[in-house]
Design a protein around this ligand. Structure first.
Ligand code: GUN
Length: 299
């Protein structure tokens, strides 16, 4: 029987743990965890994501501040806001929603966030800690951290002897995901759009993680029987069967057919998505504990 992972349920249990960590931090140290989320411009999808992050932060008992800036904000104005937040001791986590409008040098902005407040795990210091196997003192990018919760549920903490394939090599997901799998002793292959014979590479995977950004590209004959399949894609496609002009969300995995071959599979929506927000809350709680000189509980 294939197990379909309920990401909303797993995320809800992470959120419960974050809420109690935030409450104990306030009780023990008098510190309310603070998250600042910055959004520039008016991309509707980005606003939906950021709204969900800000709402969840409040639900966790954090002091949550959202900075909504117009699309014509300059690099200098945004950099000045990051500097102010870096220096604000009530702010423990800073998130700049990506993508920024085209005129920005995004990397310069991300790298100007203090690594200890970089709850997205995108600063080179945090990426470097992950790459050198230091999972204790840095902050790990939220989506791969969330996907690893599913991997651990299916296979435990030790992936020795298992082949993991990550399709996608972005800094936001593919690279950190590969590092996390490697730290857990999996044998890791990173494949991407220029890899030769992607289906053959994927068929070798005991753990297949798809982050390609192409709707339902992973087919049943790409999946090794009994594999764990984690779908990180979020693609909006036309859904004429629901009526004219209607759309629906699908992942990078052709869910119906792959769920007949996999042992464990994550759906879209309701799989990795809710975990990303939950792990952002977890990172904020971790950052707040560290900045208060306390050890954070693990999430
Ligand atoms: N845009 C899409 N996903 C993310 C994310 O995880 N972090 C940020 N900052 N922007 C995003």
């Amino acid at each position: 029987m294939t197990r379909i992972v309920d990401g909303r349920q797993v995320a809800a249990s992470v959120i419960e743990a974050v809420k109690s960590a935030a409450a104990s931090l306030e009780r023990l140290a008098g510190v309310k965890a603070g998250l600042a989320v910055i959004i520039v411009g008016d991309d509707p999808a980005s606003h939906a994501y950021v709204g969900a992050k800000s709402r969840m932060a409040r639900e966790c008992g954090f002091a949550s501040v959202q900075h909504t800036l117009p699309a014509d904000t300059t690099q200098e104005q945004l950099a000045a806001l990051v500097t102010t937040l870096n220096e604000d001791s009530a702010v423990h986590g800073i998130l700049v929603q990506l993508p920024l409008p085209k005129h920005f040098d995004s990397d310069a902005i991300i790298q100007s966030i203090r690594p200890e407040k970089d709850v997205d795990g995108l600063h080179v210091v945090n990426a470097g800690k992950l790459a050198t196997g230091d999972l204790q003192t840095g902050l790990v990018s939220c989506t791969p951290a969330g996907a690893m919760v599913f991997v651990r549920e299916a296979h435990g903490r030790d992936l020795s002897g298992l082949n993991a394939v990550v399709v996608g090599r972005s800094n936001l997901f593919g690279k950190p995901m590969a590092q996390l799998l490697l730290s857990a002793h999996a044998t890791v292959t990173v494949a991407h759009s220029r890899s030769r014979d992607l289906p053959a590479i994927c068929r070798n995977a005991d753990i297949l993680v798809a982050a390609v950004g192409r709707p339902e590209i992973v087919k049943a004959d790409w999946v090794k029987p009994g594999a764990t399949v984690i779908d990180v894609g979020i693609n909006r496609i036309a859904a004429p069967e629901r009526g004219e002009g209607r759309t629906r969300l699908v992942g990078d995995v052709a869910f119906e057919e792959c769920s007949r071959v996999a042992a464990v599979i994550t759906p879209v929506p309701g799989g990795v998505g809710p975990m990303t927000i939950a792990m952002l809350m977890a990172n904020t709680a971790i950052a707040a504990h560290r900045q208060a000189g306390l050890r954070s509980p693990p999430f």
